[in-house]
Design a protein around this ligand. Structure first.
Ligand SMILES: Cc1cc2nc3c(=O)[nH]c(=O)nc-3n(C[C@H](O)[C@H](O)[C@H](O)COP(=O)(O)OP(=O)(O)OC[C@H]3O[C@@H](n4cnc5c(N)ncnc54)[C@H](O)[C@@H]3O)c2cc1C
Length: 450
């Protein structure tokens, strides 16, 4: 058992995984969550947003020793099912045969992790205790209970794992030399639902992530184990069409019917839902530093809130935990070494996945419906199959290659993009893409530039 103690503010997926990791290293941990325990109350009302968990997430969970527990509730999605405006569906695999991203419910995975945390004797979990203040020199923190009582909690170290609107981060903004930027995306989003068939089966293909790409906006659907799909409509906040301009019921009906004709057969009251719900904004936050006085640090969305278009926010937060898990062993519990090493290792990767995620909206909403884009992906997949040591497509590097840091994936992906731009300019590429001359040219360019 270690002498030092930790406070973790925020019992979301990242804070809970971090608490488990610290406890397994022998620390005593107080895990404080502002909301009620979702396992006792119905805060998700049976629904929660879905997360695509990929290899980085699984590898990180494995490192802490808990991936099998979580995978039991996950559904593999092997390809994108792209729904054209003419209701035609085309399939675009995510990687090579057998590669999958996994649909999990955010609420479900959080509850799984909380159950595991409850079984750890070193973790004390507190709900309905909201952090309101931190002393960045001593790591002591003040939490406010539902009854507005204030409790001061002393520990040797504190992690802010309190999400995209982190209070710990907002308090850190008062510290000298703290850099902060928050950028809103043009898009906001609402959640919709596709119910199960009466026999509990899925109305759409289960093992796929469904996308209705419509250039400036898109609808996506991820499967749940109960036969339903959780759908997300990403649409601009203002402009035409947008959440701001689509106010009249008849306009909303026309918008759905003209843009998502096949989905209308499956969606549960989409027009009512659209009229009733308030769209949530999408923003990204970048800060530096991530640690303060070798006493307090940020982790997960609190350190790097990104947009969801690469499906990597939680994966990245889990990787933060895995990195710390390794650094604790590497530096033999010396936190004067661990905090700077953690920040140095993770900050460039947080920035890289923020950039990649922003860019991927165009890929998902516009390009994935474009035949030339699909051809580009086919050429890359074929070349990757022939020369896996030379070329891994960017999506696969981000999603299926946890050994490649996000920052390296971004760098290599930019070079690949330039090479593929040249390949796509070759005459008759749409008919000749499969020929050896195209592969030879790609090999030559890759050997020169990568
Ligand atoms: C629409 C959408 C789709 C997404 N899709 C994906 C995806 O496909 N794949 C993926 O990897 N990621 C995805 N994400 C991102 C993912 O949801 C987040 O990265 C992940 O939830 C971050 O976990 P976290 O624990 O850091 O923060 P959170 O999940 O936000 O948890 C923070 C916790 O802290 C608590 N808290 C807040 N303030 C306080 C306080 N003052 N005191 C105490 N507790 C507090 C909150 O109640 C919450 O429980 C998506 C996000 C959105 C919005």
């Amino acid at each position: 058992m270690q002498e030092k103690t930790f406070t973790v503010a925020g019992g979301g997926p990242v804070g809970t995984l971090l608490a488990i990791s610290l406890a397994r290293h022998g620390y005593r941990v107080g895990l404080f969550e502002g909301r009620p325990d979702s396992r006792q109350t119905s805060i998700y009302q049976g629904r929660s947003i879905n997360i695509a968990l990929s290899d980085r997430g699984w590898t990180s969970l494995e490192k802490v020793g808990i991936s099998a527990d979580v995978k039991a509730d996950a559904i593999p999605m092997y390809h994108r099912a792209i729904h054209g405006i003419d209701s035609e569906i085309s399939k675009l695999p995510y990687g090579k045969e057998g590669d999958a991203i996994w649909s999990v419910s955010r609420g479900g995975i959080n509850e799984r992790l909380l159950d595991i945390a409850d079984a750890e004797p070193n973790i004390e979990t507190h709900f309905e205790q909201r952090l309101v203040n931190v002393d960045f020199k001593t790591a002591s923190a003040v939490f406010r209970t539902e009854g507005e009582r204030e409790v001061t909690v002393n520990a040797d170290y504190l992690f802010g794992a309190d999400g995209a609107n982190s209070k710990v981060r907002r308090l850190a903004q008062n510290l000298p030399r703290f850099s902060y930027s928050q950028t809103y995306m043009p898009q906001s989003y609402i959640e919709l639902n596709i119910p199960a068939n009466v026999d509990g089966s899925h109305q759409l293909e289960k093992n796929a992530l469904h996308i209705w790409p419509r250039k400036d906006f898109m609808l996506i659907a991820l499967p749940n184990t109960d036969g339903t799909f959780t759908c997300t409509l990403f649409l601009n906040y203002s402009g035409d069409p947008s959440f701001e301009t689509l106010q009249k019921r008849s306009d909303v009906e026309a918008f759905f019917e003209s843009n998502f004709p096949d989905a209308m057969a499956y969606l549960e009251r989409p027009v009512d839902m659209f009229m009733e719900k308030t769209a949530s904004p999408l923003f990204l936050v970048q800060v530096f530093p991530w640690s303060f006085n070798r006493k307090v640090a940020l982790i997960g969305d609190a350190a790097h809130a990104i947009v969801p278009f690469y499906g990597q926010g939680m994966n990245c937060g889990f990787e933060d935990c895995a990195e710390l898990h390794s650094l604790i062993s590497k530096y033999n519990h010396d936190w004067d070494e661990i905090f700077p090493a953690y920040e140095k290792a993770r900050k460039p990767n947080g920035d890289a996945i923020a950039e990649l995620s922003k860019r991927n909206f165009v890929e998902m909403s516009d390009l994935s419906g474009d035949p030339m884009f699909q051809l580009r992906k086919k050429i890359e997949a074929k070349f990757h199959e022939a020369h896996p040591d030379i070329w891994t497509p960017l999506y696969s590097m981000v999603t299926f290659s946890p050994e490649v840091p996000y920052s390296e994936a971004l760098r290599v992906g930019d070079v690949q993009q330039q090479i593929m731009d040249q390949i796509m300019q070759l005459p008759d590429i749409d008919s000749d893409w499969d020929k050896s001359c195209v592969m030879d040219q790609l090999y030559k360019l890759a050997a020169e530039q990568l």
